[in-house]
Every structure is written in C-alpha cells, then in structure tokens.
Design a protein around this ligand. Structure first.
Ligand code: PDD
Length: 287
C-alpha cells in the first residue's frame, strides 16, 4: 500500500481523504504537476516547482504553506517511504475546502489550500515499448479553455481525447485549433522536416512543457535547428518524423497520424537521438 501526503501528513492511501466541499472537486479549482523519478531521483524538479508557483499566481491562489525546499523534501520522502525506483510523483494543490459551494473564491485567511501528493510506480519507465516503437495519434478539435499555460486539473476534454484515440485504434490525440496543432492531450507536439525540429511557440494556447524546454535546449546545443511556430495536420503528415514530449513520455516518436504513416512509418533518426540525449542529461542532473 502506498504512503501518500495530505496537507502536511504522511499516511496510508486508504486513510487519505479530502472534503466534499473541496474546490478541486466542485470546480476543478486546482493545479497539478507530474515529476518523473528515475533510479529514485527526481527529474527536473526545479522546473516543475517553478511552473507550480506560476500556475498558482495566475489563478490568484494563496502561496503554498511550505517552501520549495520543503516541497522537495516531501517529494524525496515519498520516494523513500514508497521505495520508488522508476515512476512519477503527482502533486495537486486546490483552493481548499470552504465548507460550502460558492463561485466566489473563499477568503485565503480562512480557507487553506489543499495539497496532496502520491507516487505512481512504473518500473522501466525510461525503457518503454512506446518510447522505442512510437505511438499512433489522431487529430481532434481543441475544445479546451483559453488558458492552457496554467496546469489546471480540468482534464475532462484531454481525457475524452484519449478515449477518442483509443476508440480509433490509436494511442493519443493531437488537438487542432484554427487549422493548427496546439499540443497532445498530455504532451507537447513536434514534427521534423529536413532536419529542422518544428514545434508550436509558447503562448496561452499550450502548456509550457518542462520537458519541451529541456529538449529544445539540448537540441540547440547539439546544433540541431529548431523552429518555434504552429504547424498544420497536412504539414505533419508530410513531415519526415514526429514526436511528443512530457515528463512521463520523455521523447516519444509518433509514427502515424490519422492513419497516415509519418516518414517511413518507423521512428528515427531525430526523435530516438533526442530521447537518448534527454535521458542522459536529465539523469545526470537528477536530484
Ligand atoms: N502532462 N501539454 C499538456 C496539455 C500536458 O498535460 C503536459 C503534461 C505537457 C508536457 O509538459 P511537461 O513536459 O512539463 O510534462 C504538455 C502531464 C505529464 C500529465 O498530465 O500527466
């Protein structure tokens, strides 16, 4: 049984509870982060911690009751107590439980945020079949709200997108708005054409992926050309390669889009190379 963290306390998962009045539950008024763990060490913790703070500020949520150094310790303690080697740590902070349902934000002096963290064990996370062989994606309309740069727990549409993909015999969906790909349901989207890596520029239209930032930095350091701009589904179908990035998928090749094989229909060479560089560098920097 897992040991989880709820508002300052470690406890068995079966004893962990949150109020029915919690605004995360009633209003999706909460934000989250997913941090990967490889060999018992945290990948890119600082990036996830910084984005968490930014998400909370953007939503006028009161500051966390603990410092970022303490938050790091909570992550490490959960790794220790759960003997986690490879997997993820999920963290969620909501605006708390004011004791009734109301659209108006509660007074932060009276209602403290709810913070929960738990581990997800995924042995062999960095050596997955999808990482090696790639995934198939379909395209769907992007029906999400307009502040996708904030990592809120409003994941119903991304969840529906994943179900549409599974129903179509694919693994995931790329979302399209005004004729251009925004991102994957839970990852950033890329194509490769003539050696150039193309991915949508940062804005409120997409989540500013922590993995994205690292991968683009490593790509530029390796003298690869990067173009940050929106691309269409047609352009993606004619690309040489495609891939996604996220904290849990790292760099994963995309080999098929809406039933059209991309490039040779096999991964490579750019995406597997980036995956290798990414994993090597983040393992070195893991804490
Ligand atoms: N998803 N875009 C969206 C919509 C996401 O939900 C995510 C992350 C990303 C990639 O961000 P990062 O590289 O910081 O993980 C992009 C997480 C992993 C999830 O929901 O499980």
């Amino acid at each position: 049984m897992r040991t989880v963290y709820v508002n300052g306390e470690y406890m068995p998962e079966t004893q962990a509870t949150v109020s029915i009045f919690d605004r995360g539950f009633l209003m999706a008024d909460g934000v989250y982060e997913v941090t990967s763990v490889l060999d018992g060490k945290l990948i890119d913790f600082d990036g996830h911690a910084a984005r968490l703070e930014r998400s909370m500020i953007e939503l006028d949520m009161p500051a966390l009751p603990i410092t970022m150094a303490e938050l790091l310790e909570v992550h490490r303690e959960l790794v220790r107590r759960n003997d986690l080697s490879d997997g993820m740590i999920y963290l969620q902070v909501t605006r708390g439980a004011p004791g009734d349902r109301d659209f108006v934000f509660p007074d932060p002096e009276e209602t403290a945020p709810t913070m929960v963290l738990f581990t997800q064990s995924k042995p062999g996370l960095a050596d997955s079949a999808t990482g090696r062989n790639g995934i198939k994606v379909i395209s769907i309309d992007d029906l999400r709200w307009g502040r996708r740069d904030i990592k809120t727990v409003q994941l119903l549409y991304p969840s529906m997108g994943k179900m549409m993909a599974l129903a179509a015999g694919a693994d995931d969906a790329w979302m399209v708005e005004d004729g251009h790909v925004t991102e994957g349901t839970s990852n950033n989207a890329y194509i490769v054409k003539d050696g150039r890596i193309i991915t949508r520029q940062l804005s409120t239209d997409i989540l500013h992926g922590i993995t994205r930032a690292a991968v683009l930095r490593f790509a530029r350091e390796a003298q690869m050309e990067v173009e940050e701009r929106a691309f269409t589904i047609d352009e993606a179908k004619q690309a040489d390669e495609a891939f996604i990035t996220s904290a849990s998928a790292f760099v994963t090749p995309v080999i098929d889009l809406d039933g059209t094989p991309i490039g040779t229909g096999q991964p490579g060479p750019v995406a597997p190379r980036l995956r290798e560089i990414y994993l090597e560098e983040v393992r070195k920097a893991a804490i």
